[in-house]
Design a protein around this ligand. Structure first.
Ligand SMILES: NC(=O)c1ccc[n+]([C@@H]2O[C@H](COP(=O)([O-])OP(=O)(O)OC[C@H]3O[C@@H](n4cnc5c(N)ncnc54)[C@H](O)[C@@H]3O)[C@@H](O)[C@H]2O)c1
Ligand SMILES: O=C(O)C1=N[C@H](C(=O)O)CCC1
Length: 267
């Protein structure tokens, strides 16, 4: 039996992850973390997550909750996730991180900290999006430089980072397949007299509104034809089920930084 704790337990994803843990065989829900001062600390987290009383209170004791688990699933924010990764490393506990919005420096720090413990860090835990990452590589490499690439993503009004972690990864996959550096060719903003589009640039467009769970489209636009590869999330449950699948997988891995391509055997 694998003991899984959740950080960000009262959040949109945290609540769905708790439901997924309870529904999954071979795992046990062992603890729930929230930020110190959160009004729900001390309350039964099952009642918050809508799956009935679980006898697990929301806690702000990071080290205590880590000690009682085999793996921590963390959907919070980059700075919190890095602190949690360091704390898991000190106790030799695995961690699955779904937070997005990491800077390149923060990603490098995560890779450094992952030398002490196994870590899955992935901007999107859904099977569908991860298959898209794989397909995108082939499409981009096959089309080459003749097709312009534009990426459009849409999410709910409460999302804090932009572009989404998924859109960034899509841009990185395409850029790499085309021999480009994403950080140099990503174009996040067009306004006024922009001049003609460059061949190399990858346009990154962001929509925020209402309760959109997550939508991504990559456009490959040629002369006289275009390909659109789209993924639309209709529930958060495939993210949460993916995170539990990653948790079951990561506990038996060697220390290192992994992503969902590793978990799903898509590499
Ligand atoms: N990888 C994926 O598949 C995937 C899917 C959905 C969302 N996300 C990402 O997950 C993150 C969370 O998304 P959300 O919609 O659940 O956000 P949310 O704001 O609803 O939840 C975040 C939770 O983290 C808690 N938190 C903040 N600081 C904390 C701390 N120090 N200790 C413990 N808990 C703390 C907050 O109180 C909140 O309850 C975002 O970065 C989002 O982009 C990733
Ligand atoms: O709701 C969010 O926030 C999501 N974030 C991820 C991202 O930034 O790619 C995945 C989709 C939902």
């Amino acid at each position: 039996m694998i003991n899984i704790a959740v950080c960000g337990a009262a959040g949109r994803m945290g609540q769905r992850i708790i439901n997924s843990i309870v529904e999954t065989e071979g795992v046990r829900f062992s603890g729930a973390l929230e930020r110190p001062g959160h009004p729900l600390v001390g309350q039964d987290v099952g009642l918050i997550a809508g799956c009935g009383e679980l006898g697990v209170a929301v806690s702000d004791d990071l080290n205590g909750v880590i000690a009682a688990c085999d793996v921590l699933i963390d959907f919070t924010a980059p700075k919190v996730s890095l602190k949690n990764l360091e704390a898991c490393g000190l106790q030799k506990k695995a961690i699955v991180i779904g937070s997005t919005g990491f800077t390149p420096e923060e990603r490098a720090l995560a890779a450094e900290l992952a030398k002490t413990t196994p870590v899955v860090l992935a901007p999107n835990m859904s099977v569908g999006v991860n298959v898209c990452f794989k397909i995108l590589k082939d499409i981009a490499a096959t089309l080459g430089d003749d097709f312009d690439v534009e990426i459009v993503e849409a999410h709910h009004r409460l999302k804090k980072d932009a572009p989404s972690g998924t859109a960034v990864r899509m841009g990185e996959v395409v850029a790499e397949a085309l021999g480009r550096d994403y950080n140099k060719v990503a174009n996040f903003h067009r306004e006024g007299i922009t001049g003609e589009r460059t061949r190399e640039e990858i346009g990154m467009q962001t929509i925020r509104g209402g309760d959109i769970i997550g939508e991504h489209t990559v456009y490959f636009i040629g002369m006289g034809e275009r390909i659109e590869l789209s993924h639309r999330a209709m529930t958060r449950d495939m993210f949460s089920r993916g995170s539990v699948r990653a948790a079951k997988w990561v506990v038996s891995q060697k220390p290192g930084l992994y992503d969902m391509q590793d978990v799903l055997g898509l590499r």
